[in-house]
Design a protein around this ligand. Structure first.
Ligand SMILES: Cc1cc2nc3c(=O)[nH]c(=O)nc-3n(C[C@H](O)[C@H](O)[C@H](O)COP(=O)(O)O)c2cc1C
Length: 153
């Protein structure tokens, strides 16, 4: 079955911009955690899980989904995010990474880039990371997906 991207992106659709690039390169379908029937992941040879980072981790909907996934064998996954980059990827991706690993997923790669953040008082200054993801971020996303595609062939 085609690769699948499980995406939750709501603040400025920053992560959706990245997911759209991945979907094009990988010829993948995009679904939200609410749209997804966890059983359909059994059929996917590659699944990407991504959202913005909120409170130093992926969105709760994605983390809850990971908790409810069926156990798999020999399935590959990658993790992606956009954030203010307040914390390193090794930390912010860790809760989702650990949950997916415990379900039997092999994490083959991870991607993150900056995304506009106008949360709380930041909106009074026009936010942090204005214009991100930008053209260069999208180019990095495309390279990341091309690399994934090549390594998985
Ligand atoms: C409620 C909220 C909490 C956030 N917490 C963090 C955080 O802990 N660390 C960080 O680097 N960015 C944080 N951000 C910034 C978002 O990760 C960033 O804006 C991201 O690009 C949003 O993705 P989205 O537009 O796909 O929803 C937060 C944003 C919001 C709205």
């Amino acid at each position: 079955m085609k690769p699948l991207l499980v995406l939750f992106s709501y603040h400025h659709n920053n992560t959706e911009k990245i997911a759209n690039v991945f979907a094009k390169v990988l010829d993948a379908e995009i679904k939200t955690p609410q749209q997804l029937d966890p059983e359909e992941l059994q059929e996917c040879s590659l699944v990407g899980f991504g959202s913005g980072i909120y409170g130093a981790e992926h969105h709760k909907l994605l983390l809850d989904l990971a908790d409810n996934l069926p156990q798999v064998t020999d399935r590959k996954a990658f993790i992606f995010s956009t954030s203010t980059n307040l914390e390193p990827l090794s930390k912010t991706h860790s809760p989702l990474r650990e949950k997916l690993r415990s379900k039997g997923y092999m994490i083959v790669d991870e991607f993150t880039c900056a995304g506009l953040n106008t949360n709380s008082f930041l909106r009074f200054f026009g936010g942090i990371n204005k214009g991100r993801p930008n053209a260069e971020d999208l180019k990095h996303a495309e390279e990341f997906a091309q690399n994934l595609k090549q390594n998985l062939q």
